[in-house]
Design a protein around this ligand. Sequence first.
Ligand SMILES: [Zn+2]
Length: 70
Amino acid sequence: MNNRKPEPLNASPVRRRCTICGNPSFSLSGVHPQCAAWKAGRLARDAQKAIAEAIPKPARPQWAQHKWAP
Ligand SMILES: [Zn+2]
């Protein structure tokens, strides 16, 4: 019994690989939407962390910085 499948008429196009996860991607940009969202979220989180670290924290709590406080 012959179980061979026929050869495809059109060769499958070469799939671009996602630059983030490395798996083949079918999107036009070549990057999975979920990978792009993950990277954007990570960049935003890192930016927020950098901003939070750049802002100097007061030595005393804000409620204790009043001039009448001891
Ligand atoms: Zn991906």
